[in-house]
Design a protein around this ligand. Structure first.
Ligand SMILES: [Zn+2]
Length: 424
């Protein structure tokens, strides 16, 4: 199925997800699911497929998006829409993000349905959407806003984590419990225009950004631990009350891990764009520096402002701060029956392995479900047993995206087993 899905070119924009969605609808319909295709845009539909049980227990939903980011075939070893299987990997755009999970969810659920299994209590739902990579306007955002009754669920499994890493001789699998908020802002320095041939005729605003940039470059991380990152540190056996020592100890065991762990523990600031005079011979009266700021779920604009003031120190007086884009983070609780079921499955299928909660620095379609259904517990989980986080993560949105075919089978079994365990 993954080979077939990769061969549908669903690069978004423009997406053109209809053929992939109709293929999945036919496949799940044949297996015994009730299917409904719902579209905000004719060429970009979404699929809701249901397998109902006798009782009125909880609804478990498997979510996936079928669109992908673009790919340039000249950068790839195998054509990005070939679905080639070589060297134990299935190659192609979407092989990780996230046609693999769509295929594993569909095949895992269809295998159960074909065997005659039906939920004893509760209800199994599969939702496959268009348009995640550019924000979900005709995908999950639209579906949860306009058809909440069709996609309401109590437990949701989506993308976001599941890669494993070695930790003192055993594997740890991340389960994504939340997503950071985005609080982008502009720092503006003010001066006075003048002619560049006589530099002292003006007051150059651009020069006032230099010490500001120096402060940003020299900033030490500061930590504001929320529920999931705190549980992550405890899961790694380090003390959450001393994050600096915790990060040092993690680096001692796996030097690459702090790159992804440290941003989960607090507000990050990354200066990315600068703009001053429109003309090379005019001294700028204003200079702007744009900062991409990410805030842990549960914290908001105040945390972003606090962090900016902390980093800038007395330089804060020389610039004005204005937010340009604010999206609050979102999260689900860490201790739930769904987490316990995932942890049990991992322990049964990979001896000595454990799950740890993680949060994403950006956001996925889980955001729309958490917003629409505040009681829904949503996690990101696609278990990779045979390739590590450090091998998988760099391939996402990159050339030569590929998945170890053993991991595809591992995840497919996981989705079948979890449905059986949680829905009876
Ligand atoms: Zn994705």
């Amino acid at each position: 199925m993954l080979r077939r899905l990769v061969r549908f070119n669903t690069v978004n924009p423009p997406g053109n997800e209809r053929d992939a969605i109709e293929y999945l609808a036919a496949y799940l319909g044949d297996a015994g699911f009730e299917t409904e295709v719902l579209a905000a845009e004719e060429k970009r539909p979404n699929l809701v497929a249901d397998l109902r049980g006798a009782g009125d227990g909880p609804t478990l939903c498997y979510l996936g998006h079928v669109d992908t980011v673009l790919a340039d075939p000249s950068d790839w070893t195998h054509d990005p829409w070939s679905g080639d299987v070589a060297d134990g990997f299935l190659w192609g755009r979407g092989a990780l993000d996230m046609k693999s999970q769509v295929a594993a969810e569909a095949v895992g659920a269809a295998t159960l349905a074909r065997s005659g299994w039906r939920p004893g209590t509760g209800h199994l739902k599969l939702v496959f959407v268009s348009d995640e990579e550019t924000g979900g306007e005709v995908g999950a955002q639209w579906l949860t806003a306009t058809h909440p009754g069709r996609v309401r669920c109590d437990m949701l499994i989506n993308e976001g984590a599941g890669e494993s890493f070695e930790w003192e001789g055993q594997r740890r699998y991340g389960v994504c419990c939340g997503e950071k908020g985005i609080f982008r802002f502009t720092l503006t320095a003010h001066g006075m225009a003048g002619h560049a041939s006589l530099p002292k005729t003006g007051d150059n605003a651009l020069l006032k950004l230099a010490p500001v940039l120096e402060r940003l470059a020299a900033a030490r991380p500061s930590f504001e631990l929320t529920e999931a990152p705190e549980a992550l540190l405890r899961g790694l056996g380090v003390d959450p009350s001393d994050p600096v020592a915790a990060i040092e100890r993690i680096a001692g065991i796996d030097p690459l891990l702090p790159i992804v762990v440290e941003p989960m523990l607090g507000v990050t600031l990354a200066p990315t764009m600068v703009r001053a005079s429109e003309k090379v011979n005019v001294i700028p009266a204003h200079a702007e520096l744009k900062i991409d700021c990410r805030v842990p779920p549960g914290l908001g604009e105040e945390a972003a402002r606090r962090r900016a003031e902390e980093v800038l120190g007395d330089q804060a007086e020389n610039v004005t701060l204005s937010f340009t884009e604010t999206v609050a983070g979102n999260q689900s609780p860490v201790q739930t029956p769904l987490m316990e079921a995932i942890a049990r499955w991992v322990a049964r299928n990979d001896e000595g392995a454990e799950t740890v909660p993680v949060i994403l620095p950006g956001f996925s379609d889980s955001k729309w479900f958490r917003e629409a259904f505040p009681d829904c517990v949503a996690y990101g989980f696609f278990p990779h047993r045979y390739t590590s986080l450090h091998e998988v993560a760099p391939l996402v949105h990159n050339a030569d995206e590929r998945i170890d075919v053993r991991d595809l089978g591992f995840a497919t079994a996981c989705y079948a087993d979890l449905a059986r365990e949680l829905l009876g």
